[in-house]
Design a protein around this ligand. Structure first.
Ligand code: ADP
Ligand code: MG
Length: 927
């Protein structure tokens, strides 16, 4: 085992070494430009950058459509500009920030430009590394995104690194949680945009709910660098981004409509012996087609009963739709045949098997109509309005890159899911941190006692300690113990990013004790001896009183230098882990906070046999160990062997977590194709590429399918169901077939089809003249979008239910994923058909508004903000989502599980149970 690991390590080692070696000539070329650039004035540097920029922009005017070809094409152009651009960025950094990119940082920059992951340890200066590929890729003017783990870091990095970009003449933007759309749009319009993965992802979803192109804030997904890439693309990727809202905005409408249905009269269509048709009653029911529709007379009655002026007015689509569904609910669906009522819920009875289908809902408002009819509560659960996994969001970029201190253990996942490979970049200075083997105690209590002793000892010697815990609860427990020992300390729990960054920045001061959960203070550098800027800011506000600040800074600088020496003498920063995390990566992150840039330091993990990881994943081993050693109280086992078995257990958990994420992705991939299709159609509509043409194509399809259905080739023309054909044709297009003067005795199928299509198109042309071409176009676009959005939303709800239900169907050896794929595809096809039917029916019936009063109303219609866009406009956020009452009409953007709750924290649902035993149980493995 040992041997194999070493052999594998050697291979990997050389692979990474070869990788780095390949880039050395580029580094040398960049360095060679330094003397030449150093002597230029600021303006000359800028001018030189501008020349490259001009050149690049011209080169990318005509880009290939195909993503892969486009990436290759652009990459080649940029490769040619790499050396000079990197040299210019470095020079700009020297002049603005006083930092000169180290050679290893140049290598990191090259790796990022290649669209890979640069593994660089904490403190290697990744923030600065990113400026190289960002500036290079910004040359095309197509926008570069930099992703950070929180808003504070986005702001900090955009401001900090912004000095370099601005020096070079590039613009920088930064997305913050509370921003309005116009501010977002401006930020996305910049050459470089910093922001969190959530903001980027949610903006994408919200953009695809917008009703005009100019309201969209993003302008494409070209190149992105993800900082702390493992956190974002692996840990956070467990939970998809979801914008949710009440599934039905107008529950009341269904009750209102339901109340008038009994007042309507069912009619019928009759034909006298001369072939003259008479339609009676308010509505007709087509049992075969499972549809019901209002007659002319019915329209008038409904308008009167509901107090609506014109049901065919585009702003009333929802009402007309609800009426149609109400008619179906009353005339076609029967209690105890098609459905039953159980505990106040409508449960569908499968028409073929007679089985109950709890959890399933009819789509398109029918279920609500039946609920209204039965006077039960209309279920208005919160539903998904838009969703995407981070995986699929980030796979949209032409080029994706990432950086982190800890990627290698997850190399396989990066490769398989994102096509990203990892380059391990050597450190600038040799790493000399002393990583001590784990110690294992029998009980957690003993473990904590020992940990406290270690902390107290370091503290007394003036050595700073960073204590890592897996949960806020554990942090607080340790804190209480330290208080009893009268040791001064601070506790962080990853809630207040900015304040915590300030605190963590001082965690390297002499004798400092800082307790933090894993995520707390990430991205903040711990400088031994303290951070003088931070300390000076406590004394004086640099903005308000720059002089006092300068004086304070000078004072603290001197002090920090002296203090640093003391801390170095005490052994540097000590890392004390109080439990092993499920993934080795997270432990490595904690360790990595010490020993940066060649500093001394040490680390040690304290474990107990009661820890989750040991109990669940190393239990066999633990039992053997206890038997063999007969462990005594307060005497730990300490050996490399322990560390190794723990790592083995961790590898197991990592593999299982990978499986879980893959599983999530497999399901999202099914929907992803559908989402892409819908978003593509939306975009084409918005761009004016689909509209009239699309509608006329749909008209042809509809006629063809009507002819197929009622006048099939296999049936003798004498037996064609012409009455049914006429009825449907009239419903779709508002045209009476009788007027077409068809000679049913002689006409053949192709001629019939042709005739029906031509007359529908002519009829539509007539409408264009009546409405005015422009007006009709506007109406087409509006209806298409509105219908697509409503139906897509409805489809998402159906998918939610389908996914819930499918888990229960794992019987019969059927693969749930295959079932899900098949059924969701069927649902999708049905949805698509509904969109087309709906739009055509409406456009062929909509009435132009004529008198003045109605015209006024029309203005309102034009300003009417479609439902989905109104939803999209809201920026309700995660925290809010957690306590959004059901039925509240503001949508919320959420992550499905609340990722910030530690497994051992009390569950946010208030049950009093631990999260992992309650709502967190689904993400827990092995229990
Ligand atoms: P990382 O993200 O890799 O952990 P940071 O980007 O936070 O590291 O940088 C750590 C510290 O190193 C920062 O204080 C930064 O100012 C400093 N630093 C980075 N690169 C250089 C450099 N080339 N020269 C001097 N200081 C640097
Ligand atoms: Mg960083």
């Amino acid at each position: 085992m040992d041997f194999i690991e070493k052999a594998v390590g050697a291979v990997f080692g050389t692979k990474h070494e070869r990788d780095v070696k390949r880039m050395r000539p580029l580094v040398a070329a960049i360095n060679a430009l330094e003397p030449e650039l150093e002597v230029l004035s600021d303006d000359d540097l800028r001018a030189r950058f501008a020349v490259i920029r001009e050149r690049t922009r011209e080169a990318v005017v005509d880009l290939p459509e195909d993503t892969r070809e486009r990436s290759k094409f652009v990459q080649k152009i940029l490769d040619g500009e790499l050396v000079e651009t990197f040299a210019l960025v470095r020079e700009a950094s020297k002049r603005t920030l006083g930092m000169r990119h180290f050679d290893v940082q140049l290598i990191g920059g090259i790796v990022l430009h290649e669209g890979r992951i640069a593994e660089m340890r904490t403190g290697e200066g990744k923030t600065l590394v990113a400026t190289l590929p960002v500036s290079l890729n910004a040359l095309t003017g197509r926008g570069v995104h930099v992703v950070t783990v929180n808003d504070y870091l986005a702001r900090r990095d955009a401001e900090w690194m912004g000095q370099i970009y601005r020096f070079l003449g590039l613009t920088v933007g930064c997305i913050q949680n509370q921003m309005r759309d116009d501010e977002r749009k401006e930020a996305y319009g910049s050459d470089v945009t910093y922001g969190t993965n959530n903001e980027f992802g949610f903006d994408y979803l919200r953009d695809n709910m917008k009703f005009t192109l100019d309201r969209m804030v993003q302008r494409g997904h070209v190149y992105t660098i993800v900082d702390e890439v493992d956190s974002i693309l692996i840990d956070e990727a467990r939970t998809p981004l979801i914008i949710s809202g009440p599934s039905e905005l107008s529950v009341d409408l269904y009750y209102q409509v339901d109340a008038i249905i009994p007042k309507l009269q069912r009619g019928e269509e009759t034909e006298d012996k001369y072939g003259n048709k008479t339609i009676t009653g308010d509505y007709l029911v087509d049992e075969k087609g499972q549809t019901a529709s209002l007659t002319e007379q019915g329209m008038g009655r409904v308008e009167k009963l509901l107090g609506v002026e014109n049901l065919w007015d585009p702003s009333q689509t929802e009402i007309l739709h609800a009426v149609n569904q109400g008619l179906r609910a009353h005339s076609l669906f029967q209690l105890d045949r098609d459905y039953i009522i159980k505990d106040g819920e409508v449960i569908i009875v499968d028409e073929f098997t007679g089985r109950l289908m709890p959890g399933r809902r009819w789509s398109d408002g029918l279920h609500q109509a039946v609920e209204a009819k039965e006077k039960v509560k209309i279920q208005s659960e919160n539903q998904t309005l838009a969703t995407i996994t981070l995986q699929n969001y980030f796979r949209m970029y032409d080029k994706l890159a990432g950086m982190t201190g800890t990627a290698e253990t997850e190399e396989e996942e990066f490769e398989k899911i994102y096509g990203l490979n990892v380059a391990v970049i050597p450190t600038h200075m040799p790493m000399i941190r002393d990583d001590r083997p784990d110690v294992v105690y029998k009980t957690e209590k003993e473990k904590f006692r020992a940990a406290i002793e270690d902390i107290v000892e370091c503290h007394q010697q003036g050595q700073p300690v960073l204590v890592g815990t897996v949960s806020i609860e554990k942090s607080e427990r340790l804190s209480a113990m330290l208080q009893r020992r009268k040791v001064k300390h601070v506790v962080l729990n990853a809630k207040y990013h900015e304040r915590e960054a300030d605190i963590v920045a001082q965690a390297g001061r002499k004798g400092a004790v800082t307790i933090a959960t894993n995520m707390a203070g990430r991205g903040t550098d711990i400088v031994l001896g303290g951070n003088p800027e931070g300390l000076a800011r406590i004394d004086a506000d640099p903005e308000a009183d720059p002089e006092a600040y300068a004086a304070a800074l000078a004072k603290h600088r001197e002090r920090c230098v002296a203090e640093k020496q003391e801390v170095l003498d005490a052994g540097g920063l000590h890392i004390l882990g109080t439990e092993r995390h499920e993934a080795r990566r997270i432990d490595n992150q904690l360790r990595g906070r010490s020993g940066r840039q060649g500093d001394p330091g040490s680390s040690r993990f304290y474990l107990s046999l009661e820890d989750d990881l040991m109990r669940i994943f190393a239990s066999d081993w633990v039992r053997k160990m206890m038997d063999r050693l007969g462990m005594e109280e307060d005497i730990p086992i300490e050996s490399r062997m322990v560390t190794k078995s723990v790592a083995r257990a961790q590898k197991q958990v990592e593999a299982r977590n990978f499986e879980i994420r893959k599983h999530l992705l497999e399901y999202d991939d099914v929907m992803n194709k559908q989402r892409e299709a819908v978003y593509r159609l939306r975009r084409r509509i918005l761009e004016g590429l689909e509209g009239r043409g699309y509608i006329l194509r749909v008209v042809e399809d509809i006629v063809a399918s009507l002819v197929d259905r009622f006048c099939p080739e296999s049936v003798d023309p004498g037996d064609w169901e012409t009455a049914a054909l006429e009825n449907e044709y009239r419903q779709f297009f508002g045209i009476a077939v009788a007027e077409l003067e068809i000679d049913w005795d002689t006409i053949n199928r192709p001629d019939l089809e042709e005739k029906l299509i031509t007359s529908a198109k002519e009829h539509y042309q007539g409408r264009a003249e009546r409405f005015g071409d422009e007006e009709l176009e506007r109406l087409e676009r509006y209806l298409l979008l509105d219908t697509v959005d409503r139906q897509w939303k409805d489809h998402l709800l159906a998918l939610d239910h389908l996914r819930e239900g499918i888990g229960l169907r794992a019987y019969g050896q059927r693969n749930p994923l295959v079932e899900y794929k098949r059924e969701s595809y069927e649902l999708f096809e049905e949805m698509w058909e509904r969109i087309e039917d709906h739009v055509v029916k409406f456009l062929f019936h909509a009435e132009p508004v004529e008198d003045l009063e109605q015209r006024r109303r029309q203005v309102r219609v034009q300003e009417y903000r479609p439902e989905m866009e109104a939803l999209a406009a809201s920026h309700a956020q995660q925290e809010q989502a957690a306590n959004t009452p059901v039925g509240q009409s503001r949508p919320a953007t959420v992550r499905r599980q609340q990722p910030k709750v530690g497994r051992n924290d009390p569950c946010p649902c208030g049950s009093g149970k631990k999260y992992k035993r309650c709502h967190g149980a689904t993400t827990t493995v092995g229990s």
